[in-house]
Design a protein around this ligand. Structure first.
Ligand SMILES: Cc1cc2nc3c(=O)[nH]c(=O)nc-3n(C[C@H](O)[C@H](O)[C@H](O)COP(=O)(O)OP(=O)(O)OC[C@H]3O[C@@H](n4cnc5c(N)ncnc54)[C@H](O)[C@@H]3O)c2cc1C
Length: 510
């Protein structure tokens, strides 16, 4: 994918010409320059809170990426790995210290609480940019099956590649997703960046404090170039400024791009567990939809598993306050007891172990593998929670600006697609930049960026909408929608109209 069959030297020469033209503001065959002559006044009016005085001599970069989260790191690694973009002068700025991630070495018998499920298309990209080879495969858990059910009616859909497609073959990746610790993924990405022939400038422990447009300095007209000022005082001018800077994106604010959506009044509680021996069962992911939000157990290697329980902030506070054994009992109950029982247990400050024992003994529930095996222990210090929201930027690009990952869209984690779609953005953006460079265009021009936006906006919008509707639909405890949603689940589960296969194949390549 990245190693396009093109005349590399020619591309570099053409690009150098374009860069010179850009720096000197000579007219190019690209009509964008005629349009740009009248822009400074318009630019001044779009300045946002990140605007202030410009310095006369910022360091000039082709691409400045703000944000060294997983999406920003994937972008830096991808730009360096793709032949056509590998010569670009790139800087990445991250507010946090990247050293602990770079030097990360896993503790035996321990998995972190932040785990991400990576779909096959994401893993393919990570392989192509040289990051996957740095991921220790004994710390990755793939799964081919998923059990999803309605906590009120019990209506169930079982996604099992092997049953649907009759097992794996060499050609088809039948894995639904691969579970990897977030820190492990970022570590692999930093290693891949370290392997690049042309290194990007990596600036960490440094915040972007201001962004403003540049000035006319000598022969160089940077009046429409974003210039970022760092907490160190250093200034960087960018032909293209990319916001990979998360949900509160300063780059998006600077560009004046609105981001719309809402907070869910739900938090996602995460934790890592030891579980009973599950070797008799396939490694599945489990998700039960409760009216307060879905509770999911995701598989990890060996006898470990990870929790993602979306529920109200009050219930999360309660879950965090419980003694470890009561918390464990509560999570086991969440897959076995009725919603009324679970609600009742949320009022207990202690004694959950005894209470669940009795309630489970008088409740009918399926056995593994329809539900997860019991968890036995929560790993110390792994209980944490994150507020959930849905946001979508009105657009992903402006002149000399692009947004990727959570800066462009933030999604409820129930479908495990936030990072996957961010990495999908990266793939599309780098493809658009390579195409623009091949046609002698400026990497920051909207001509270059437009294909990226066209390719990504609607699929991301559809995904955000679908997940948001699921959240609403499963929020009902009673009423006509409850039997209707169960009917829908039944139709999917029977694979009528090939719906189940369709959903599974879409999820694998989002
Ligand atoms: C509980 C939970 C479970 C999830 N599970 C999954 C899953 O299974 N699969 C999946 O695909 N997704 C999942 N997601 C979503 C996924 O975590 C996010 O989509 C992903 O982390 C977004 O990455 P990002 O790099 O775009 O943003 P971030 O991770 O937010 O990174 C942004 C970076 O920008 C930096 N930054 C911000 N402002 C500045 C500044 N001014 N100067 C310098 N640096 C700055 C920040 O320090 C940060 O490092 C989950 C999310 C949650 C909450």
């Amino acid at each position: 994918m990245w190693h396009e069959n093109i005349d590399h030297a020619n591309v570099i020469n053409r690009t150098k010409t374009t860069m010179r033209q850009t720096l000197l503001r000579l007219p190019t065959r690209n009509s964008v320059w005629a349009f740009r002559a009248s822009r400074p006044a318009q630019i001044a009016s779009t300045r946002r809170s990140f605007a202030s005085e410009a310095s006369p001599s910022p360091e000039v970069y082709d691409v400045v990426v703000v944000g060294g989260g997983p999406v920003g790191l994937t972008l830096a690694a991808s730009l360096g790995a793709a032949r056509t973009t590998s010569h670009l002068k790139v800087a990445l700025i991250e507010g946090m210290d990247l050293a602990p991630i770079r030097n990360w070495s896993p503790k035996p018998d321990y998995f972190a609480n932040r785990i991400v499920s990576l779909i096959p298309s994401t893993v393919r990209l990570l392989k192509e940019i040289g990051a996957w080879k740095h991921i220790q495969q004994n710390r990755v858990q793939s799964y081919d099956g998923m059990q999803v059910w309605d906590g009120m009616t019990g209506a169930r859909v079982e996604f099992d590649w092997n049953k649907l497609w009759g097992g794996k073959d060499e050609q088809t990746d039948t894995t639904i997703a691969h579970m990897v610790e977030n820190i492990h993924l970022s570590h692999g990405l930093l290693k891949a960046i370290g392997d690049l022939a042309v290194q990007p400038t990596m600036i960490d422990k440094t915040k972007v404090e201001r962004i403003q447009y540049g000035e006319m300095t000598g022969q160089l007209d940077m009046r429409d170039w974003p210039v970022v000022t760092l907490s160190t005082g250093q200034q960087l001018a960018a032909r293209l400024l990319i916001g990979a800077d998360g949900g509160n994106s300063p780059v998006r604010t600077f560009a004046g791009i609105e981001s719309r959506g809402w907070d869910y009044d739900r938090h996602s509680m995460v934790a890592t567990f030891k579980i009973e021996d599950d070797s008799a069962f396939p490694k599945f992911a489990y998700q039960r939809f409760l009216p307060s939000g879905p509770v999911a157990i995701l598989p990890l290697p060996g006898n470990f598993a990870n929790l993602a329980w979306s529920t109200t902030p009050e219930k999360v506070t309660h879950l965090k306050s419980l003694a470890p054994e009561d918390f464990v009992a509560m999570v086991n109950a969440a897959f076995r007891l009725s919603y009324t029982d679970i609600d009742y247990l949320h009022n207990l400050k202690s004694g959950v172990v005894e209470e669940t024992k009795w309630r489970e003994s008088v409740t009918q529930h399926p056995d593994p593998p329809q539900i997860p095996v019991r968890i036995t222990e929560v790993l110390d210090g792994t209980r944490a929670s994150f507020p959930l929201k849905m946001r979508h930027a009105d657009k992903y690009i402006a002149e000399r600006i692009a947004l990727v990952g959570d800066a462009a869209h933030t999604i409820h984690p129930m479908a495990g697609q936030g990072l996957n779609s961010g990495i999908g953005d990266v793939y599309s953006l780098v493809k658009s930049l390579a195409e623009g460079i091949r046609h002698g265009q400026d990497v920051g021009s909207s001509f270059t960026l437009e294909p990226f936006q066209s390719e990504r906006y609607l699929p991301n919008n559809a995904l955000l909408g679908f997940v948001d509707k699921l959240h609403t639909l499963y929020g009902f405890e009673s009423g006509p929608l409850v039997p209707l949603r169960s009917l829908g689940v039944e139709i999917i589960n029977r694979d009528w109209f090939g719906l189940k296969r369709f959903l599974m194949s879409q999820a694998a390549k989002s």
